[in-house]
Design a protein around this ligand. Structure first.
Ligand SMILES: CSC[C@@H](O)[C@@H](O)C(=O)COP(=O)(O)O
Length: 348
């Protein structure tokens, strides 16, 4: 059974699969305003960098529908500025969000002087959704080519169909490797505190008949030493000009462990996840509410008033990464130079 769509346009409405309820409940929520869409992104109804970007594009389309025809680019920009602001402030780390909002700005520029902006923004969102699926299939094929037969791989968080327009980035590589008969199995780290690995990645892979074992985060070193996976494969929220990669908290730990144990480390992401304007140290890291770690599924697990640190992402330095895989191919041992060259190829 294929993974249900994270994002769908049905009966002329935006529907998001409420990922907070997975894997025990499949329930879609309907949205008719950009403010509600921004809340849904912040509250983790929809998550994963590409899915956040696509959802924001739908948010802009919903906002344009509610303001009606306007005569100029300036009038549209003004009318949609509150919606854009709310979406831009929903989550700070995934650059795909800002990439999608820039695409929406360009659409407003193109159609704002008398065109049907609402329809153009809706078509943009549909296009980003459809393109993302095709992009992920290409990423999957490029990444799978790096994987030797009979491989065990380790993944973190959920960079799957649920985090994208379909197929997934890291899980796209895993799906393609599985289709090529190369996989012995997958280890999914549970990924605290939202448990994307336990709730989402295992669910996606089991539905596709891919052998997956769930492990606690703390087991990673022991499992690398005893089971000798060949690759750690993760997605990304932002890839900096120098090849550093922001991804779900815990990715950096895995990269250090992987290097120590001779396990290769792969990052799978589309070109829309690159941010050539900054280096890794400057990537904004989302700090999430302490209750996410002082409580677990509503139950208190730490003393009342316990001070907590809850960064949602970390940055893995390029020096610990063996390959970044995009829809355009592979950046081996990423560096500022190889990232620049890859982005140039993508533009041509
Ligand atoms: C293809 S999704 C890539 C990343 O966004 C993913 O690995 C990740 O870190 C998701 O974090 P989340 O907090 O669930 O949005």
């Amino acid at each position: 059974m294929p993974t249900p769509a994270a994002i769908q346009w049905r009966d002329n409405q935006l529907e998001l699969l409420d990922q907070r309820l997975l894997p025990t409940e499949i329930h879609y929520l309907r949205f008719d305003s950009a403010a509600a869409v921004a809340d849904a992104i912040r509250d983790m109804v929809v998550r994963g960098a590409p899915a956040i970007g696509i959802t924001a594009a739908y948010g802009m389309a919903l906002a344009a529908r509610s303001v009606g025809p306007l005569p100029s680019v300036a009038a549209w920009t003004q009318a949609l500025s509150a919606a854009r602001h709310a979406l831009a402030n929903s989550r700070p780390t995934a650059v795909n969000l800002f990439w999608a909002l820039t695409r929406a700005d360009q659409t407003i520029e193109q159609y704002g002087n008398g065109g049907d902006v609402a329809e153009a923004l809706l078509q943009l969102a549909h296009q980003l959704l459809a393109e993302d699926l095709a992009i992920n299939q290409r990423i999957g094929d490029h990444g799978a080519a790096l994987i030797a037969p009979d491989s065990l791989v380790y993944t973190h968080c959920n960079a799957g169909a649920l985090a994208t327009g379909g197929y997934g980035t890291a899980l796209g590589v895993i799906r393609s490797a599985h289709a090529g008969g190369k996989l012995r199995g997958v280890i999914a780290g549970e990924t605290r505190p939202w448990l994307q690995g336990a709730r989402l990645t295992t669910w996606e892979l089991m539905q596709d008949g891919i052998d997956v074992s769930l492990a606690t985060e703390g087991a990673a070193g022991h499992l690398m030493r005893s089971l000798k996976p060949s690759w750690v494969i993760i997605g990304a929220d932002r890839i900096a000009a120098n090849g550093d990669v922001a991804n779900k908290i815990g990715s950096y730990n895995l990269a250090i462990l992987a290097r120590h144990h001779g396990v290769k480390f792969m990052v799978a992401a589309p070109i829309s996840t690159f941010d050539p304007s900054l280096d890794g140290d400057d990537i904004p890291i989302e700090q999430r509410p302490g209750e996410e770690i002082t409580h677990s599924r509503g139950a208190q697990v730490a003393p009342s008033n316990c001070i907590s640190l809850n960064p949602a992402f970390d940055v893995t330095p390029a020096s610990l990464i063996d390959a970044i895989v995009t829809e355009y191919g592979v950046i081996h041992s990423p560096s500022r130079e190889s990232v620049t060259a890859h982005l140039q190829t993508a533009k041509e």
